[in-house]
Design a protein around this ligand. Structure first.
Ligand code: SF4
Ligand code: SF4
Length: 181
């Protein structure tokens, strides 16, 4: 095993019993990430979405996590406190089998960044039902694995741009940017 380093893992826990589907978290997230900040609040641009199934009294807030070009090949159903939930209700993956977590204008994936440097994420702050809880915990990971995280994330972002605009356009844009800087 390689050298271990300490890392802070940040996450948001969702309490299914407290969420009432008000969607305030979507609005807060969209507004925080608008450019300029708070200039618009289109929930289609939120990195958190509330999966709603009114017939079954289901309201599940999920955050956008990883991007994938392919949909998953299996679907499971979970029963929690007597209610049945589809696996997709809990999945934050940005995948092609549903239209969640894609910017409506550019079509690029929208990933939760935990509101960057905010002390507490905006979706957590706005939730009046306390259905969302922000948590930080310290874990130990291998130093080598930790170094892999950022390049992998960068690769995901670049891949989505290549899928959207094609490699040539992306290369030309990067060349233009590098000449300016
Ligand atoms: S703000 Fe809270 S209660 Fe409202 S939808 Fe989001 S998680 Fe649910
Ligand atoms: S933590 Fe921030 S970026 Fe992530 S879903 Fe909540 S408001 Fe959006």
């Amino acid at each position: 095993m390689g050298k271990l380093v300490k890392k802070i893992v940040k996450t948001i826990k969702v309490d299914l019993d407290k969420c009432n589907g008000c969607r305030a978290c979507e609005i807060a997230c969209a507004a925080f990430h608008a450019k300029p900040k708070y200039s618009s609040f289109n929930p289609a641009r939120a990195r958190i979405r509330v999966v709603i199934d009114e017939r079954n009294d289901e309201w599940v807030a999920i955050r956008a996590t990883d991007y994938t070009k392919a949909g998953c090949d299996g679907r499971r159903t979970y029963t929690i406190n007597g209610k049945e939930y589809s696996e997709c209700s809990f999945c934050g993956t940005i995948c092609p089998t549903r239209d969640l977590f894609y910017d409506p204008d550019s079509g690029l994936p929208l990933k939760c960044d935990l509101c960057e440097d905010e002390k507490e994420p905006l979706c957590v702050q706005i939730c009046s039902r306390n259905a969302l809880t922000y948590e930080e915990k310290e874990v130990e990971v291998e130093a080598e694995a930790e170094e892999q995280v950022k390049p992998a994330e960068m690769e995901t972002s670049l891949k989505s741009l290549v899928d959207k605009y094609g490699l040539n356009k992306l290369q030309n844009t990067l060349t233009r940017i590098s000449k300016r800087s």
